[in-house]
Design a protein. Structure first.
Length: 447
């Protein structure tokens, strides 16, 4: 019998004074489904972000299509394992279920996982349809579903695109599911609190929500100071808050705190892709643009599915006076994760580039798309007001200016100029002055 071992994390066990790391033995007995045995002798609680990707079904039945179907399953297993803190059951164990009629709750019990992902692939003529669904293995409820319906071109290219999109969307779906579980936990642990903080991060990046997110991250870090995810996202929140119209001394303090937290995260986990792109975000907003791009490229080398890293690179190209390159990077982020919870920020970045280039009608279109995706991001409203003002549509510009001010009451033009000096190049400084002029015409307060 072939055995695989699943890391169950640190556990409190009876008759042992301090927590130890526990493992599960996952194997297959002859003629039966895999059987789960906990090395501790007791059935442990399924770990956070634990999932098995079951072999996708080949609905068409063509044997020559099996390699594509199995390839999607295997690649998705690999990509999901890159999610920080995830426990993904190995492909050999997962494939032992192939072609069997099975109860998903039973699989959850046998493998001691919280989630099961199943799917199917069907080819009809020159089109390929891929259906997937995420199931809560404890109660059998469907949590999330997605369908891809694409023309068949190069199967390997299509497989890569489908897997990349699924991995990104599943990352968000799993975090949402974990946050809901955490709300019901009588005694939340550090990871529970981290997931609850992510709910506030995903609301819209306005200062009130970011501060609320930080309360959870800080509680998580009080329990476990080495929670790398909480460190990275706390740094992300501080960086966003630093450019949200606060006074100069508070802005400097937030940037310093963000850099220290991201640096600690990378010291603890040098290959943590998320901490690398967050550090890139910090560098980019503190006028270290080349280092920002390098950090984001490092994140992508570790995890090709980090769409936000592409968007940040696009923003930094703008700060290097290469705004004509920004849209391509944003479109790559959108290709990888078209339903990402951060899409509204990426759309806004493309809008900034159009404003920089003086293409104000295009800037209006991008910012309207950003607001449609999430209306709680004040920066999109301010930049929409700027573009409309430059087009001479002053009455129309005042409406988004008022909405932005309601979302960010601390906003002033003086603070905006202070917080948004990312380069000392003449072209960049001239753009800042054009932005200030647009904000004034839209009726926003000077100081």
């Amino acid at each position: 019998m072939k055995l695989e071992f699943a890391d169950l994390g640190v556990k409190e066990l009876k008759n042992i004074a301090r927590p130890i790391r526990a493992y599960a033995i996952v194997g297959a007995s002859e003629g039966s489904s895999p059987v789960h045995q906990a090395s501790t002798g007791e059935k442990p609680e399924p770990p956070h972000l634990s999932i098995v990707v079951l072999p996708f079904a080949n609905l068409g039945g063509e044997p020559e299509q099996d390699y594509f179907v199995d390839g999607v399953t295997e690649s998705l297993t690999t990509d999901l394992s890159r999610i920080s803190g995830s426990l993904v059951i190995g492909r050999h164990t997962a494939f032992s279920y192939k072609g069997k009629a099975i109860d998903l709750k039973q699989i959850g019990r046998e493998l001691n996982v919280r989630y099961v992902l199943e799917g199917s692939v069907q080819r009809s003529g020159n089109r390929m349809r891929v259906n997937t669904q995420l199931i809560d293995a404890e109660i059998g409820n469907h949590l999330w579903a997605e369908r891809f319906d694409k023309p068949v071109a190069d199967l390997f290219d299509m497989q890569d695109e489908i897997v990349a999109r699924l991995a990104r969307q599943l990352d968000a779906a799993l975090i949402t599911a974990e946050a809901r579980r955490a709300e019901r936990a009588p005694h939340p642990d550090s990871k529970d609190l981290f997931f609850q903080g992510m709910v506030w991060i995903n609301k819209g990046r306005n200062p009130k929500d970011l501060v609320q997110a930080q309360t959870y991250f800080e509680r998580a870090l009080a329990i476990d100071p080495d929670n790398v995810d909480a460190l990275a996202w706390n740094a992300f929140a501080d960086t966003h808050l630093a450019v949200s119209g606060f006074a100069a001394h508070e802005r400097a303090a937030r940037f310093a705190a963000a850099e220290a937290a991201a640096a600690k995260a990378l010291l603890l986990a040098p290959d943590h892709a998320g901490a690398h792109w967050v550090m890139g975000f910090v560098f980019g907003l503190t006028n270290r643009i080349e280092r920002a791009i390098a950090e984001c490229e490092r994140a992508l080398a570790l995890d090709r599915n980090i769409a936000v890293a592409h968007a940040i690179i696009g923003l930094q190209k703008l700060h290097l006076d290469r705004a004509e390159e920004t849209e391509a990077h944003v479109r790559e982020a959108l290709r990888l994760s078209p339903r990402d919870l951060s899409v509204f920020v990426w759309l806004a970045i493309a809008g900034y580039a159009k404003d920089y280039l003086g293409r104000y009608e295009e800037a209006v279109a991008w910012q309207r798309r950003s607001i449609e995706a999430n209306g709680n991001y004040p920066t999109s409203h301010f930049h929409l007001a700027i573009a409309l003002a430059h087009l001479g549509r002053l009455e129309e510009a005042r409406a988004p200016a008022r909405v932005g001010l309601a979302l960010d009451p601390h906003f002033t033009i003086a603070n905006y100029l202070l917080a948004n000096r990312f380069s000392d190049s003449p072209a960049h400084l001239a753009w800042r002055e054009r932005q200030a002029d647009g904000l004034r015409k839209a009726g926003l307060p000077e100081s």
